[in-house]
Design a protein around this ligand. Structure first.
Ligand SMILES: C[S@@+](CC[C@H](N)C(=O)[O-])C[C@H]1O[C@@H](n2cnc3c(N)ncnc32)[C@H](O)[C@@H]1O
Length: 232
């Protein structure tokens, strides 16, 4: 059994197979496109291997992005060499220009629907870091620009073939604002990869409190079944 970083050289090659089975990218991109104007300039944080962004790029949208995993970016460059993307951690990244839309699709900030209750999750573990990032994103949006984040459901088991599957166990500790996610790859009954990641989590109401502590406070928060949108 190997204990690996989730978006590392080892797991990244499986990422596309798992994600394509989990996310219906065509449907999700179509729903995202309904939110856009044709000339919107878009920046995706946590662009990964480019699976979401490439659809928008192919539709003629101006989209670029960053990811903090060099291995994910390496795969993106191999599969979609024309898609503008680079290595970068949003905590330290300095934007060179402003955007109309900043997208996080199942990345640094995301929402999970647990049996009808929507909760917020983040790879950033301190509220100070989250507010710092929110303020940076606010400053990097044009007036009227939007930060758009998705609402997903947790996958439990995804078969890649009949002998190989990906499994996820999520344990939420809301009093401690922690969620522990254990990701597995199981081949012919053996665990060939295990990753355990601790993330921040809170109920949606507390997320709205966080927003009110950031520069977005005067913005309108829009939420539907699929997206949470903060407008500058
Ligand atoms: C589940 S993947 C989503 C990839 C892509 N958005 C998609 O829809 O296929 C999450 C990505 O977020 C990236 N990520 C996590 N924390 C990040 C950070 N602080 N800055 C930039 N990227 C980050 C990870 O490296 C990973 O590639």
């Amino acid at each position: 059994m190997q204990n690996r970083r989730l978006y590392s050289e080892y797991f990244a090659p499986y990422y596309d197979e798992i994600s394509k089975r989990f996310f219906d990218y065509d449907k999700k991109v179509a729903s995202f496109m309904n939110l856009l104007k044709k000339d919107d300039r878009i920046f995706e944080i946590g662009i990964g291997t480019g699976l979401f962004a490439v659809h928008l790029h192919n539709e003629g949208f101006l989209i670029e992005g960053i990811d903090k995993s060099r291995d994910m970016i390496k795969l993106l460059k191999k599969n979609f060499p024309d898609l503008p993307a680079g290595f970068g951690d949003i905590k330290r990244y300095n934007f060179f220009r402003n955007y109309d839309v900043i997208l996080m699709h199942s990345s640094v900030f995301l929402f999970t629907n647990i049996n009808g209750t929507v909760v917020f999750e983040s790879y950033l573990t301190s509220e100070g870091d989250m507010i710092g990032v929110l303020d940076k994103l606010y400053d990097s949006l044009n007036i009227g620009g939007r930060l758009i984040m998705n609402i997903q459901k947790n996958p439990k088991k995804i078969y890649l073939n009949k002998n190989l599957f990906y499994g996820l166990i999520s344990k939420y500790y809301f009093a401690k604002k922690r969620v522990v996610k254990e990701h597995f790859l199981i081949k012919s009954g053996d665990v060939i990869m295990k990753n355990r990641v601790k993330k921040y989590t809170c109920f949606y109401n507390h997320f709205v409190d966080l927003i009110n502590r950031s520069k977005f406070k005067d913005s309108s928060v829009i939420k539907n079944d699929e997206w949470v949108i903060l407008q500058k």
